[in-house]
Each structure stands twice: as C-alpha cells, then as structure tokens.
Ligand binder design. Structure first.
Ligand SMILES: NC(=O)c1ccc[n+]([C@@H]2O[C@H](COP(=O)([O-])OP(=O)(O)OC[C@H]3O[C@@H](n4cnc5c(N)ncnc54)[C@H](OP(=O)(O)O)[C@@H]3O)[C@@H](O)[C@H]2O)c1
Length: 319
C-alpha cells in the first residue's frame, strides 16, 4: 500500500458532523494543523436536504471534506429506526459526495463502519471481505447505506478521478459519546450503568448476553489522528480499516469499566439477551503498512471517557 502525500496545510477543511463524537475529535486534532476549519450547524444545513447541501457547498467550496456526519446508534436504535437509518445515511452520503465533486473538492474521506462486513466473514475482518456474504440483519439498513457511500467514493474516483477515500472504523468510544439509556453503544451504556449503580448503591448490574463475545474498541482521539494521517498519506479505492488490532471479551471489558468507574457490586449476565457475533476484530495490516498505530491504552481511554461522562452530568440539560 503505497503512501501518496497530500498537503493539508493552508486548505479549507470541512468536517461534516462536527458536533458528533468523531467530528468533535477531528476538530480537536485538526486544530493542531495549519488549516482553515469549516463547519456548519445542522439548523442551517440539514445534510439530508439536497438543496441546502448543494447551495452551501457552492458558496463555501471547501477543499477538503471529512464526512463524519451520519445517523448513528447501538443495536436497538439500528433495529427499530430501520427506515431512518437507511434513508438519512444514504441521503447524507449522496448529497455530500456529489456536492464535494461538483464544487471541486480536492479530497474527501468517507467514514464507514465495521458493520459493513458480512456477519460470518472470517476474523480478523479484512477489507476485501466487503460484499462477500449476508450482513447482520439488525443493522442491515445502516450497513447498506454505508456500503452505498463507499461505492460512491469508489465510483467518483473511477469516473471523475476524484481523490475520495473510505475508512472503516471499529467500535469507538470517548468524549462526546451518546449516553442515551436505550440508544447508546456498549461502552457508553456500561459507563452509565456502572456509574448509576455506584451512585445508587445498587448491588448488581446486569450486562446483556453471556459476556463471552469479543470486541475491539478504539479511543476516538486515536481515530481522529488516524483519519488525519490517512488524509495526508493515502489515496486509493481500497478501504482502510481503523482499529487497534486487539479485542477483549465483554465480561473482561465490563470488569475494567466497573473498576474505572469505582463500582464494586456484582456483575451478572442476562443470557436471554442475544450475544451477537462471537468475535468482531478488524485486520489492521493495511493501516499498519501506511504507518499508523493506536497509542491510547484501553484503560487510559476509558479513564478519559469516564471523566468526560462525569463532566456531562454537571451541564444542566436544556428544556
Ligand atoms: N461511534 C462509533 O462507534 C462508530 C463506529 C464506526 C463508525 N462510526 C462512524 O463515524 C461517523 C461519526 O459517528 P459518531 O459516533 O461521531 O456519531 P454522532 O456522535 O452521532 O455524530 C453524528 C453527527 O452527524 C450529524 N448529523 C446526523 N444527521 C445529520 C443531518 N441530517 N444533517 C446534519 N448533520 C447531521 C449529527 O449532528 P447533530 O449533532 O446536530 O445531531 C452529529 O454531529 C459516522 O459515519 C459513523 O458511521 C462511528
């Protein structure tokens, strides 16, 4: 995988989804680059609205685009809001990619997700496993929309020569995560449940499933660093996985989260709940060859994530 240098210096860089967990980490990371950062509030430009997106791009003409806006959620959100997940994510990808092309963007990065890979693909998941088998049914609408985005980036590269690239992050966590009781991902859900159990003095916390599935987790500031690294060094139609290359059993992971939060009660498992796939780990050899590796340990990342969660509790909620 050859490195193709791209100069970010002095460019106008648009982060779509800048208020989200990944988008805000990208803003933190890009603040260290000599670039002109561009963002726009969702109340001004709804990325599902083609006319608003096209008008805004024609006026602002960003040179570089990180497409980190999406409708995102855990298994419950994905499985219940199926129409919203497919519609919003296809619309966002289609509008932003076409607008970037039509207005001469020099480079665009599309953020996919590890759930684009087939449910039964060999582990660790290699990038060329995409479209080789059926998807996990619970998040199929989201995955199909993400695959559409990847294929758009690829098609614009082949037809127009656009320097559009796609990256596939593993499970992310960190400041700015969604702590909604039903709609969150596993890390945010566990941080919240252990914290609330500690505060209320609860004796037991129930974790869904058997605790045996293995998952990979990447701290979001590492993810942002990887995105900037790839923006500066990678050009090609091949997908690039972004992860740590290491996984951990959910039971062990839950113990680490409980320890960091300071919850000392029992952790039990509700085995009537589905486990999902037994293992989900990305093959990160392409990323490794491109010269990037995660540097934040799981413990360090979780400590920072818990600190950020506690800070959210101090902010009064808006009516
Ligand atoms: N979180 C993960 O574990 C994970 C894993 C793999 C891949 N990813 C990918 O990383 C990207 C970012 O995820 P995230 O975790 O940062 O999600 P997030 O925290 O939910 O942020 C998503 C952002 O997209 C914006 N957005 C959504 N719909 C929009 C619309 N119609 N118009 C304008 N803005 C809109 C949201 O705006 P508001 O703030 O205004 O709502 C928010 O800022 C996504 O592409 C996701 O697929 C995430």
């Amino acid at each position: 995988m050859a490195s193709v240098p791209f100069e970010l210096k002095g460019k106008s860089v648009y982060v779509a989804g800048h208020r989200g967990m990944v988008g805000s980490a990208l803003l933190r990371r890009l603040a260290r680059e000599d670039v002109k950062l561009v963002t726009v509030d969702r109340r001004e430009v709804d990325l599902c609205n083609q006319a608003q997106v096209f008008d805004w791009f024609a006026r602002v003409r960003p040179q570089v685009v990180f497409l980190a806006a999406a409708k995102v959620g855990g298994i419950v959100a994905n499985n219940t809001l199926r129409a919203e997940f497919i519609y919003d994510n296809i619309a966002i990808a289609a509008n932003v990619i076409q607008a970037a092309h039509a207005n001469g963007a020099e480079k665009l990065m599309f953020l996919g997700s590890s759930c684009i890979y087939p449910k039964l693909a060999a582990q660790p998941l290699r990038e060329d496993a995409v479209l080789t088998g059926p998807l996990e049914p619970t998040n199929e609408p989201y995955a199909i929309a993400k695959i559409a985005g990847i294929k758009m980036a690829e098609a614009y590269r082949s037809q127009y020569g656009s320097d559009f690239i796609s990256v596939m992050p593993t499970n992310l966590y960190g400041p700015g995560d969604n702590y909604h009781p039903e709609l969150s991902h596993v890390v945010a859900a566990l941080i919240r449940r252990f914290h609330e159990a500690k505060e209320s003095g609860a004796r037991s916390v129930v974790v869904w499933g058997t605790g045996t599935p293995r998952r990979e987790f990447l701290y979001v500031d590492d993810m942002a660093d990887a995105c900037v690294h790839l923006m500066k060094t990678y050009s090609g139609s091949d997908l690039i996985n972004i992860g740590t290359g290491e996984d951990i059993a959910i039971a062990e992971f839950a113990r680490v989260v409980a320890e960091i939060v300071g919850y000392r009660g029992e952790i039990s498992y509700d085995t009537s709940r589905p486990d999902g796939t037994p293992r989900k780990l990305l093959d990160v050899s392409r990323l490794d060859k491109l010269g990037w590796r995660a540097t934040t340990s799981l413990r360090e990342g979780l400590e920072r994530a818990y600190e950020a969660y506690r800070a959210t509790l101090l902010v009064p909620t808006q009516a």
